[in-house]
Design a protein around this ligand. Structure first.
Ligand code: SAM
Length: 231
């Protein structure tokens, strides 16, 4: 048995026993595939991890950069209290993706909690910052175009409250993140992200390699400094 098959089998086993069938989430993946969206959402186990993290934090406000079909948005929005106390804002550049995400979020009964904002995130983030002000979110999930990760991290630092969390997906890239001489813009962006994390005083961060249905990758997590949060 090759490694990929083994990772798939373990993911299927664990998701079967820990996540199970879920009409809204399974339906979101089906609708996304039917609409021709790429199959690049987080896996069910990763989605549940994000949900548990948000619940552990008692998160009320979540920012997501990169909606696709709304799969991770549904996982995260489900962790929040009902609107208006709970709020998730998800940023998406592709109008077609946003349309599918909104429909999936509506089918999950989360339209009151989760809002999809269309536009390039580097255009919509300044607007959100102006509208809501700094430190408006408990948790920011970065999962969009990887070359912009350093810029998204900067925005996340501004928009996430001190002691809040920033999670960045796909930071290992089949191990290519270790290649200092890589010219792949995704790897370059990811390495610049880690440079920015390391250069930000007071940020406590780690990154974990993962294998599973989504192949060999990983995610980073950081705690926003301030308010006594220890680095
Ligand atoms: C990996 S997918 C997001 C997956 C989603 N978080 C999930 O797990 O269900 C990345 C998404 O980011 C969007 N994206 C790419 N560049 C963007 C940008 N500049 N601003 C906002 N969204 C962008 C893509 O269109 C795509 O839908």
């Amino acid at each position: 048995m090759d490694d990929k098959q083994r990772w798939d089998d373990v993911d299927n086993y664990l998701a079967g026993i820990l996540v199970g069938e879920d009409e809204a989430l399974d339906g979101a993946l089906e609708a996304s595939a039917k609409a021709g969206l790429p199959a690049i959402s987080v896996s069910p186990l990763q989605g549940k991890f994000l949900n548990l993290l948000a619940r552990l934090m008692g998160a009320r406000r979540v920012l997501e950069i990169g909606s696709l079909g709304g799969y991770s948005a549904i996982w995260l929005a489900r962790a929040l209290p009902a609107a208006p106390e709970g709020k998730l804002i998800s940023l998406e550049v592709e109008p077609r993706h946003a349309e599918v995400a909104r429909a999936n979020i509506a089918k999950a009964g989360l339209s009151g909690t989760a809002e999809v904002v269309v536009g390039a995130a580097l255009d919509t983030l300044p607007r959100i910052s102006k509208e809501l002000g700094p430190a408006s979110f408990d948790l920011t999930f970065i999962d969009a175009d990887k070359p912009n990760n350093p810029a998204y991290f900067k925005w996340a630092l501004e928009l996430t409250r001190p002691g809040g969390a920033i999670v960045v997906d796909n930071v290992v890239r089949d191990g290519r993140v270790a290649e200092a001489s890589s010219s792949d813009p995704m790897v370059v962006g990811t390495r610049q992200l880690f440079d920015a994390v390391a250069a930000t005083p007071g940020v406590a961060a780690t990154a974990l390699q993962t294998v599973g249905a989504k192949g060999y990758d990983g995610f980073a997590i950081a705690i926003v400094p301030g308010n006594g949060a220890a680095a």
